[in-house]
Design a protein around this ligand. Sequence first.
Ligand code: LRH
Ligand code: MN
Ligand code: MN
Length: 389
Amino acid sequence: MTTSFETVAPLLAQQAIELPSWAFGNSGTRFRVFGSPGTARDPYEKIADAAKVHELTGLAPTVALHIPWDVVDDFGQLREYANGLGVELGTVNSNTFQDDDYKLGSVTHSDPVIRQKAIDHHLRCIDIMHQTGSRDLKIWLADGTNYPGQDDIRARQDRLADSLQQIYAGLGDDQRLVLEYKFFEPAFYHTDVPDWGTSYAHTVALGDKALVCLDTGHHAPGTNIEFIVAQLLRLGKLGSFDFNSRFYADDDLIVGAADPFQLFRILAEVIRGGGFGPDSGVAFMLDQCHNIEQKIPGQMRSVLNVQEMTARALLIDRDALSAAQAAGDVLGAHGILMDAFYRDVRPDLAAWRESRGLPADPMAAYAASGHQEKIAAERVGGAQASWGA
Ligand code: LRH
Ligand code: MN
Ligand code: MN
């Protein structure tokens, strides 16, 4: 029996996808950053852009900050501004990758003075989290080496563990630390947190408030990401996602654009493992850049892609699937999964959005609203934000 859209609609209503403030700045590659009219010039304008995405989709009630990219004089005021626009401030991301002192490492550095500076930066992030009302401190480290023998990779692990311990000790009772892994770049021989296993080992050592962040762009080609999702959920250590798409490296393209089927498979495992919904403890975030496309609609397309694949994954006929699996019906089980993947949920989602006071087609509504032209006319003068500040 096919699962009906009406059955899954209440679950879809629980979906929340956090937007990255940096998606609203200009970005590019190491070859060129292209400027575009109307791009936000400061954290306030980035938040206004994120709020617009939420207004039209109902999917993005929080905005992640990056420190120091989003430093303001008064974070309480920034929070009030966000709240006034109908969104909350979310995850605080620590940045220890754009300071010359960290050329050879931050929290893994062999020089105690530099290592302490990196630890202190994270403690400052926690302090900001108290002002913004954020739950999660997300740590991604650019630490690593480029050449075999460059540094003692074992000693770096020990320094990493010690630094994380000091940062963890600074967390408030309701705060969490999520440790993101990435197998390459900017370091190319080894990175200090290359894979989910390393992140898992460190977060287990830290305690219950430390969890793993899975960025979908941070794996070698061909990696079975949904298996990692299943395993981390099984172990109770999946804290959050950084969603994006990749063809080749850490492309940070629109989630679901390169491989919608992979996104479906990931979301199917999230749902299977109890990782969906506000009480699951698994935070959905985007970590993307819009190099050549417009940023607000780029973020809208992204959250809508996640919603569409979530709907399809929720529509998997679980009873039939379990029965087919138990019966060893290989093609039957595969067919049941594919049936859900091929369901076109777009008309149902459009009608459902309208029933909730949202535009049936948020992309068309944005294009027709004149908002892009308005911000292009208003945001003149001053420096536009770029990937970074
Ligand atoms: C690193 C990363 C990490 C950073 C973001 C800007 O590649 O995924 O999450 O914070 O990009
Ligand atoms: Mn990321
Ligand atoms: Mn990345």
